[in-house]
Design a protein around this ligand. Sequence first.
Ligand code: UDP
Length: 236
Amino acid sequence: MTGYKRVLLKLSGEVFGGGKVGVDPDVVQKIAREIAAVSRAGVQIAVVTGGGNFFRGAELQQRGMDRVRADYMGMLGIVMNCLALQDFLEKLGVETRVQTAITMGQVAEPYVPRRAIRHMEKGRVVIFGAGMGMPFFSTDTVAVQRALESKCDVVLVAKSGVDGVYTADPKIDPTATKFDDLTYDEAMSRGLRIMDQTAFALCGENKLPMVVFGMEPEGNILRVVQGEKIGTLVSA
Ligand code: UDP
């Protein structure tokens, strides 16, 4: 079993809300336990959180809001997830730093890539918040960008309700089968939607491996980090 030395974990907002609007402290506590286990195993870890449990700009736009303002609301929602995760990690005795792409000195550090790397080298969990700080982007794209800039070995895409990449949506098509391994070219030619297109293209172009896996059962994040073959590995 080969393991990774430095990983970027992408958690969608859905995970934080336990399917509802807002943050479910029980769920965040469980995620924090898993991330703490990774950090204690000596693996450097940074996290990018989504914000769909609060606001998605595109959805608010459909309901009459200006897209740019709605996207900023989305980015502020993301920060709340980051703070909740930080809180539960620190309660477990794990040192953390939140770095946000929109400056908000009272609650977080600004995004400084070299400092983020330094934090990870010191064993701190870095949580990247507020997306890219720019409207019209998704946190999937941010996850890949942050992973590339902070020189992570892999992007880990933790999903709730699905345990990897399938030939079709398993909730709709019962004949769908799961891939253990997949290349970026294959995923693109099959038209598989794993992350949004910008994120996926960025990952593929830079040959950054990605593992898509389910959050259940507890302990999966550490299993993936330590090289156990679960979920789907997408590589060049
Ligand atoms: N967002 C943005 N720029 C970014 C990242 C996010 O404008 O760089 C906004 C956008 O409105 C998005 C929302 O923040 O809908 C929440 O992020 P996302 O939808 O990626 O969260 P997830 O689906 O992972 O929960």
